[in-house]
Design a protein around this ligand. Sequence first.
Ligand code: SF4
Length: 224
Amino acid sequence: MAANLARLIDALIRHDGEPPATLTDPYAIVLHENAGYLIPDERRDDVYARLNVLAPDPAALLGADHGALLALARDGGMRPEERVERWREIAEITLEEADGDLLGTLRSLPLTRAKKLLARYPLIGAPGVDRILLFSGIAVVPSIDSNGLRVLERYGVVAKGLAYARAYREACAALAGVFGAHAESLRRAYGVLRRHGKTICRNARPECPRCPVAKTCPSRTVRP
Ligand code: SF4
């Protein structure tokens, strides 16, 4: 299994290159995650970028004009009013619990308390907590998103049909087994698997004929 995973990551990097750079600041990651709902990455990036200009820090976000925030939130998909409420909640938590400095506060806390603080933010579940810890350099923990997890299930690294939480745990155990405590490799694996799941090994209509790992994939006959 470990050999499968290592071979998969190597083949995807050889074929598609290094994964794109991503955000590393925990406050930015939380806000980016909450920038939209069920929208393409490019649109989420755009809403986040404009929100960052409108309100570059938690205090500015809390004091921002409601109408301006709502207009921006409409570009982030359905239920824009809830989105604005979440943005304000993010600003409030960051100001109240971290004095505006989430990264510095997370660095100063024991890991269990850092996790609890991150889990208070809207739309940040256990996988999101792991991702923030890994990408912000707070802790070396494996993480994978739903796109990457689908790839590992189809490639036979994780059994199919498991409940999401169990599948996530098994995927993380496999990643830790291959990459250990090497943070950069874990971040790289996250990005490579996510990209493959979003572009080729999609949930519907996976493009097996043009997949670079089709020859060794036990699910290569997957069809929509
Ligand atoms: S061959 Fe198909 S199912 Fe297997 S990893 Fe590639 S796209 Fe996914």
